[in-house]
Write a protein that binds this ligand. Structure first.
Ligand code: ADP
Ligand code: ADP
Length: 207
């Protein structure tokens, strides 16, 4: 589903990624592990079309990224993002925070998603009225509301305790069983064991 070929990336003259090759299948749950600064975020940014690589080819369902006309629309319809910090908007309720990711989403669709994530009782609360674990589940709901084929998450549990971290990875596992492709960067090797495939990123390389 996603193919990365001979990918190299430089920030100015500093090499961040060197000759990365990956093939990720539909419904696969991929974890990128590695120390801070190893290149995980850079790789996720490139795979998610937010960053243009210095060198290399990328494909999404055999479509070369270079041939995608409206990259913003492509990203919005195919990829859901989750970050370490949830970036919820504090003056909007849970429901409204999800709605801004998809104006067309009905209350019913939002409610069903919240129910799956076990936060359906929180739809009218504001982010500062709920716990950190709940906020991150709202962020997951927001990423899922467009029914993306791929979820890309960068240290999504970096800010959570172990119970909530497990919960997030269990949600990812369930999604991958429903054929959503999951690509997650984490420095937590225990959590990485949830994945169907683990890649270790070291000094910008994957062996
Ligand atoms: P990780 O996600 O594994 O912590 P990153 O992809 O963030 O690693 O960083 C890889 C390397 O690229 C690091 O040396 C980092 O300092 C550098 N880097 C990351 N983002 C930028 C940027 N916007 N400008 C310059 N250098 C960057
Ligand atoms: P979770 O495991 O869902 O993150 P916690 O164990 O952090 O929940 O908290 C237990 C309960 O306490 C939650 O269901 C939530 O309603 C409440 N709670 C926790 N933190 C906060 C907070 N910062 N503001 C309001 N309620 C909170």
């Amino acid at each position: 589903m996603i193919k990365v070929k001979n990918l190299t990336h430089y920030y100015n003259n500093d090499k961040a990624l060197e000759n990365i090759n990956l093939e990720i299948n539909k419904g696969e749950f991929v974890c990128l592990v590695g120390e801070s600064g190893s290149g995980k975020s850079t790789l996720l940014s490139i795979v998610s079309t937010l960053l243009k690589p210095t060198k290399g080819e990328l494909f999404f369902e055999n479509l070369n990224y270079k041939n995608i006309k409206d990259i913003d629309d492509f990203r919005k319809t195919n990829i859901g993002f989750i970050f370490q910090f949830h970036y919820l908007i504090n003056y909007l309720t849970v429901k409204e925070n999800i709605k801004i990711a998809n104006e067309k989403a009905t209350d019913n669709e939002i409610y069903n998603l919240l129910k799956i994530l076990r936060i359906d009782n929180l739809s009218n609360k504001y982010p500062n009225e709920i716990s950190g674990g709940q906020r991150q589940r709202v962020a997951i709901a927001r990423a899922l509301i467009n029914k993306p084929k791929v979820i890309i998450a960068d240290e999504p549990t970096g800010n959570l305790d172990s119970k909530n971290s497990l919960n997030v990875f269990e949600i990812f596992k369930k999604l991958s069983q429903e054929q959503v492709t999951i690509i997650v960067a984490t420095h937590d090797k225990n959590l990485a064991n949830f994945a169907t495939k683990i890649y270790e990123v070291k000094d910008g390389k994957i062996n």
